[in-house]
Design a protein around this ligand. Structure first.
Ligand code: KIV
Length: 265
């Protein structure tokens, strides 16, 4: 079994084959996603909400992300493991950013994802790659900047904003990213960007015409129900499954049906 690498992803784009990416936060989920053939497994900082119950991604720190990175990496053999660098872990200065990024690789990540595009991020991408760590970019709606943006809004809606996104994608490509997540843009804008950069563009609510698609695993499995983005497709109803299992167990315990004679030592 060949490990998915930056070259694998580039070849998929060049051959017109799609890239699948799901988030995972724990060992057994990561193991199953890997077994299912998912190309990229992201320890997304969305786990701040889905796994830890915080209100936004900005509440999670490097120490918490490192625990989830270790758990996921232990379950994966084939997929590329990418860790989202959390809020403030890479924006203070380059030396501390490189230290935090390097640690994620020591904990099992094969690459990191950095949000945004400005002179500092471009420089950091170059330094990170020089250190030996591949970088996935993330533009469009960038959740870590939601307070500056003023909420969750579709990005690139005007011609000017779409051109600015294309400019950012090209800058990230020049800085050396192996892939770019494009979040919440109109699909014609995502199509234009995808056709104009050589690296794979992964759609996160950016329509149908990108090189790959990412979803938060809890949305995909129907587990997280506090809110669901329009672009999420529920492939199962894990919330109901868990509720039904827990209710049944509760009833069985209360009525004395569990454990039975085969379930004892
Ligand atoms: O945190 C996350 O899960 C993400 C993806 C959905 C792209 O950044």
């Amino acid at each position: 079994m060949k490990k998915v690498s930056v070259r694998t992803l580039k070849n998929l784009k060049d051959n017109g084959e799609k890239i699948s990416m799901l988030t995972a936060y724990d060992y057994s989920t990561a193991k199953y996603l890997d077994e299912a053939g998912i190309d990229v497994i992201l320890i997304g900082d969305s786990l701040a909400m889905t796994a830890l119950g915080y209100e936004s991604t900005n509440s999670i720190g490097g120490e918490e992300m490192s625990i989830f990175t270790k758990a996921v990496a232990r379950g994966v053999k084939r997929a590329m493991v990418v860790t989202d660098m959390p809020f403030m872990s890479y924006t203070i200065d380059i030396p501390s950013a490189l230290k935090n990024i390097g640690n994620m690789v020591k904990f099992g990540a094969n690459a990191v994802k950095l949000e945004g595009c400005n002179d500092y991020i471009e420089k950091l991408i170059e330094c990170t790659i020089n250190m030996g760590v591949p970088v996935m970019g993330h533009i469009g709606f960038t959740p870590q900047s939601q307070n500056v943006i003023g909420g969750h809004f579709i990005q690139g809606k005007t011609e000017e904003a779409a051109q600015e996104l294309l400019k950012q994608a090209k800058k990230l490509e020049k800085a050396g990213v192996f892939s770019i997540v494009l979040e919440m843009t109109p699909e014609n804008v995502a199509k234009m960007i995808t056709e104009n950069v050589s690296v794979p563009v992964i759609s996160c609510g950016a329509g149908r015409f990108c090189d790959g698609f990412v979803m938060v695993c809890d949305d995909c499995f129907g587990k997280f129900s506090d809110f669901t983005p329009k672009f999420a497709r529920k492939y199962a109803d894990m919330k109901s499954l868990i509720l039904n299992c827990a209710k049944q167990f509760n009833e069985d315990v209360k009525s004395g049906v569990y454990p039975n004679e085969n379930e004892v030592y």
